[in-house]
Design a binder for this molecule. Sequence first.
Ligand code: FMN
Length: 163
Amino acid sequence: MKDLIVYYSLEGNTEYVAQVLKEKLDARVRCLTPKKAYSTKGFAKYFWGGKSAVMAEKPELESYDIDLSEIDRIIFGFPVWASTFAPPIRTFIEDNREALAGKRFAAFACQAGSGAEKALDKLSKCLNETAFEQTAIFIDPKARHSEETDRKIEEFANALKAE
Ligand SMILES: Cc1cc2nc3c(=O)[nH]c(=O)nc-3n(C[C@H](O)[C@H](O)[C@H](O)COP(=O)(O)O)c2cc1C
């Protein structure tokens, strides 16, 4: 089975999980990059990113090279923004709706505090209510990294392998 990890990460937390999972699952991985980068600074970071998420924006992405016909399962990874998934994921889904039909899905969310369950629910709705085979939630897995973080990633990888 071929897995593809599709993720967006503003400050490296989601990326950390994506890269560890890639090794454990021998999966392909694609990072989504908005053409206009979101700010990583103070007020602007939360204001513009939060607004973009609440408005369900679809920011234009730098081109990415993915042949979805070769992929069986997509594992989405994203930071929680204002209790929803970060906007680049929406762009990817809208741009690839036809190619995504019939695929299997899993997802992981990175958050600082709360909102990930809601965000995962919203992502499932965006994917036409398709249920995820597995989900996982991480608390700032790079910024607040611990042994527990790596144990949770391992657990998630094992659950994904078992599907
Ligand atoms: C615009 C914005 C909104 C956020 N909203 C939430 C939120 O609603 N709940 C939460 O727990 N964390 C929130 N966070 C924190 C991130 O989800 C969290 O730090 C995550 O681990 C960052 O992942 P990244 O480094 O891959 O971008 C927000 C961060 C930003 C930039």
